[in-house]
Ligand binder design. Structure first.
Ligand SMILES: [Fe+2]
Length: 196
């Protein structure tokens, strides 16, 4: 069974320990537990009752996409931040310049999408098109694109910032940008052989 991945920091610039612990220790850990629970129930689910209107099998598999994507998106989000952040450099900067024209153009689009999304903003590489794109998702299991790698993930659910910023999402987005760990994006580019 999957175990929760610990945070590698306790606070960030503009994102408090309390905010992070509620988000990581309660919400993220909750998704990990639910993935385990669903995997257990799949071992004994009644396959003969399969039905597209309602069946235990359907409910388990639909909610598995919500819980498992919740785990993956949160792990990516927590991993692509570090206290103080870093300047974009190396391959991620080259690819952003290639596909968005400039880091400034990418930044403007990504920040605006942070106000347009109800759940997530993701800078991803489409492995079929071999191109970077920003996408938005309103729920963990909505809006993702198949065969792509998430290179930078921003959580814009209210639970990600309400403790620190109440409804001021714009201020939270600015704080997120101060803490971006671009080394993690470059690690993923290396891992998946992107841009080779
Ligand atoms: Fe979240």
């Amino acid at each position: 069974m999957k175990t929760p991945k610990p945070l590698s920091y306790s606070k960030l610039d503009g994102i408090s320990e309390k905010q992070l612990s509620e988000h990581h220790d309660v919400l993220y850990v909750g998704y990990v537990k639910k993935v385990g629970e669903i995997e257990e129930k799949m071992k004994t689910v009644d396959l003969s009752g399969a039905n597209a209107t309602y069946s235990d099998l359907r409910a388990l598999k639909i909610e598995e996409t919500f819980a498992l994507n919740g785990v993956k998106l949160h792990e990516g989000y927590f991993d692509n931040m570090k206290e103080g952040g870093s300047a974009p450099s190396g391959k991620i900067l080259d690819l952003i310049n290639r596909d968005f024209g400039s880091i400034e153009a990418w930044t403007s689009e990504f920040k605006a999408l942070g106000l347009a999304a109800r759940g997530w903003v993701v800078l991803m590489c489409d492995l079929d098109e071999k191109k970077l794109k920003n996408i938005i998702c309103d729920a963990h299991n909505q809006g993702g694109i198949w065969n792509s790698v998430a290179l930078l993930i921003m959580d814009v659910y209210e639970h990600a910032y309400f403790v620190d910023y109440a409804t001021a999402r714009k201020s939270y987005i600015e704080a997120f940008f101060k803490n971006i760990n671009w080394d993690e994006s470059n690690r993923l580019i290396e891992k998946y052989g992107i841009g080779n």
